[in-house]
Design a protein around this ligand. Sequence first.
Ligand code: TLP
Length: 345
Amino acid sequence: MSIIDLRSDTITRPTPSMRKAMAEAEVGDDVFGEDPTVNRLEAMAAERMGKDAALFVSSGTMANIVSQLTHCRRGEEMILGDRSHIFFYEGGGSAALGSIHSRTLPNRPDGILDLTAVEAAIRPDNIHFPRTRLLVLENTHNRCSGAPLPVDYMKRVGELARRHGLKVHIDGARIFNAAVALGVPAADLVADADSVSFCLSKGLAAPVGSLICGNADFIREARRNRKVVGGGMRQAGILAAAGVAALTEMVDRLADDHANARRLVRGLADVPGLSVRPEAVTTNIVYMDIEREGMTAQALSGALEREGLRILPTGPFQLRAVAQYHVAADDIDRALKKIRTVMGR
Ligand code: TLP
């Protein structure tokens, strides 16, 4: 039985062209700044994001912690969404490694942080309060149905941040999904941000790696912090070569994943015992809530696994399916059939 794996776009394997590029990559010691392939990838990434410079790191989590360490000092405060990946899924690294004080605000279902609430959360200058240093947004927003944050919102964020002297970091693990869904260049989505991180190893299918982009001073400092967390890699051009291929060849096809996610959510809408929000799905992530007495997400994912379908439990009664490179439209139809079988229709 062939398995359909919808747990995440992180499970994507490198394409034949990535494997070839990796095998042939020119390499050097990147801690000395001498790996030509890493340098090329960093230059490409900076250009795509409209920033001066970029830094190659091992993961989205490392990109986010290095960015936080570079923006904030001990005891300073960061405003972020209560459903954000940094708050939810990064092992409390902000506190553990950065002594950064997290101030969470509720994410709306479309991933947005209400800017009136953000403004109200910014601390006045008073010795009792931590200094509010950083505002973090996530685009697309993983735990908010993969929602893309639009350009006009980002402009208003930038205006607010400048008015209050706040830095802005975008966790853009899936920024290219946002750009493709909104039909805008990724650079337009991060023009008002001081830093953006994005991942090569999700929908773009590279095996490893993320980038941080920002101005030259920020990236110089981030390079120090990457070393501190043990992220200075040596002949990393082997990995960067796959990243170059990912940026060159894999961005436009994200539209196929978005179409497949919509196909899935439309099909799920009439499955008894599951609740979905088709109107919320514009990129590659579909959440479903179980509305059946006695059925848990673990039990449902176990039953689907036995049918050859992998879906990720993301809460006691919630699961997530992510469309990705190895899944075609007819796999979505097969997946729907399996879900109907298990749910009894
Ligand atoms: N997200 C993973 C899991 O950790 C949940 C996934 O399967 O979606 N920012 C965002 C918005 C992310 O979704 C992720 C990964 C990261 C950062 C971290 O990236 P990695 O896994 O490379 O550290």
